[in-house]
Structure formats: structure tokens, C-alpha cells
Design a protein around this ligand. Structure first.
Ligand code: BEZ
Length: 272
């Protein structure tokens, strides 16, 4: 895979994306995101930005909630995701932009009452998180809320460890550059940027990956930073080794289901 952009993401160019694979193999991202929409609690008439809107399913749901008197815009750094979202939801605005450089002038709605983000912030390096928080604060009206979920510390650590080992055996010393913070780390970023964090929670969320190929499909969609530079044969050998290492722990042959060791960090913060 080439190094391009990320969906459901807002700026780090480390993963190549296919909008169809994303929906087919990782439809759980939007399904689980519905409870983050519940935490956002969008109200009729509100203006909302969905940061890292991916294929747009949650953006459209928020658009329904704010109704005709409100306005919603989805922003994503991956042009292929913006294109897919526009095609699926022609009545919703989607903009191609990088979260680290976003301004209200980029948004057809201007400043907003709320910023929402699901499964996107972890694609942006930790060193850039303060810049993102500043951009979010800048597009929010005073008193506006930032409601988001991202991977939390320890997220998919079993999968990462089981992948790094066979890579290392073949001479590749790889670390995925996902940002999976502790509550304290991320709350500090937000507080230093002028947010009051009213809720932050780290929790385990075991995530089922459908079918015998579920784990390899997941690695195919999310794993570019681990596999960059490997040819097809090497990649296949590593993926098979990952499956062998994790089968006893994460695979249920009865239901033909892999379960990924997800941990999520969810927060609600208010711009002071
Ligand atoms: C996610 O988008 O949910 C995700 C991305 C990378 C690693 C783990 C989870």
C-alpha cells in the first residue's frame, strides 16, 4: 500500500484508504460511534462539525438530529473519503481539510456550537494534538462543546505486539504511529488549550471482527504503518504469523469471530 491519507481522520498521511473496504470490513466503527453521537446529544438548530467524518454515516445522523434549522459539516483529510461521503449523502456538506490547519473560514457553516469526532484523532501524531485542539477551540463558539472518542492507552496492544514480533524476525523494527493517550495526557492537552474537561473515560471495548478473515481484513484496512515496504509474500507471511500467535486468545472457531482488544477514550470538553 502507498502512504497516503486516512479516513475518519484529520491529517496524518500514514494509511492508504479504500472507502468500500472501510465500510465493509470495519462497519463497527460507525456502529459503535452511535453512542458517541448520543453523548454529543445534537439539538435541533445547532451547527456541528464532524472532524474526521470518514464515509459520512455519523455526519448524516447528526444532520438528521439538528434538522433543517441546523447545519452540519464533515471534514476529512482523505479525498477518497470525502468523495464517498458526498456520494452517499448529497444533502450533507463535506470538506477536504487537515484538522491541524482548520479555520472557521474553511467551513460553509462558519463557527459551530459543537465539534464531534469518532475514531479519527488517533491518526494524528501526539506532537500535533495541541495544534488540533487549538483549531477546534478556534472554530467553536465560546461555551461550545467538543465530544470525541479515540483509541485509549493500550488499544489493540495484543495485535500490535503480535505483529511487531514477526516483523522484527524479518528485520523490520516497526511502531505504528497511532496516538493512544491516557486520560491524563489528553485532558492536559485540552485544558492547556482552554477547554474544561467535563467527562473523560477510558474503557475496554472488545470489538468483534467478522469471519475467519476478520483479523487480516482489519490489518489490511488499518495496518499500513506496520507493513510499509514489505512485498506481498512477506506481508502474507507476517499476517499468517499474527493469526497463529493470536488464534488461541482472540479467535472463537464456534462463531468464526476474532475479537480485537480495543480500548477507547471518550471525552466531553467545553470551550471556556
Ligand atoms: C480505529 O480507527 O478504530 C483504530 C485505528 C487504528 C488502530 C486501532 C483502532
Amino acid at each position: 500500500m502507498t502512504e497516503e491519507h486516512t479516513p475518519g481522520s484529520a491529517g496524518d498521511p500514514t494509511n492508504a484508504w479504500d472507502a468500500d473496504d472501510y465500510d465493509t470490513d470495519t462497519g463497527f466503527v460507525a456502529a459503535y460511534g452511535e453512542s458517541v453521537v448520543d453523548l454529543l446529544d445534537p439539538q435541533p438548530g445547532e451547527r456541528v462539525l464532524d472532524l474526521g467524518s470518514g464515509t459520512g454515516h455519523l455526519t448524516a445522523e447528526i444532520a438528521d438530529a439538528v434538522g433543517p434549522d441546523g447545519a452540519v459539516v464533515g471534514v476529512d483529510s482523505a479525498p477518497e473519503m470525502v468523495a464517498a461521503a458526498r456520494e452517499s449523502y448529497p444533502g450533507v456538506e463535506f470538506v477536504h481539510a487537515d484538522a491541524r490547519a482548520l479555520t472557521a473560514a474553511d467551513l460553509p457553516v462558519g463557527s459551530v456550537d459543537a465539534v464531534f469526532s469518532n475514531a479519527a484523532l488517533h491518526w494524528i501524531p501526539g506532537a500535533d494534538q495541541a495544534a488540533v485542539a487549538r483549531r477546534v477551540a478556534d472554530v467553536l463558539d465560546p461555551g461550545g462543546r467538543f465530544v470525541a472518542e479515540l483509541g485509549g492507552t493500550g488499544n489493540v496492544s495484543a495485535i500490535v505486539d503480535a505483529t511487531k514480533a514477526p516483523l522484527r524476525e524479518r528485520g523490520y523494527d516497526r511502531d505504528p504511529n497511532w496516538y493512544f493517550p491516557t486520560v491524563g495526557e489528553h485532558a492536559t492537552v485540552l485544558e492547556r488549550t482552554g477547554f474544561e474537561v467535563s467527562m473523560a473515560r477510558l474503557f475496554d471495548r472488545p470489538t468483534e471482527l467478522d469471519g475467519e478473515s476478520g483479523l487480516r481484513d482489519w490489518l489490511d484496512v488499518f495496518g499500513d504503518s506496520l507493513f510499509a515496504g514489505l512485498d506481498e509474500a512477506e506481508r502474507e507471511a507476517v499476517v499468517s504469523a499474527v493469526e497463529d500467535r493470536l488464534r488461541d486468545r482472540l479467535y472463537d472457531p464456534g462463531t468464526e469471530t476474532w475479537t480485537a482488544d480495543y480500548r477507547r477514550l471518550r471525552f466531553r470538553a467545553v470551550r471556556e
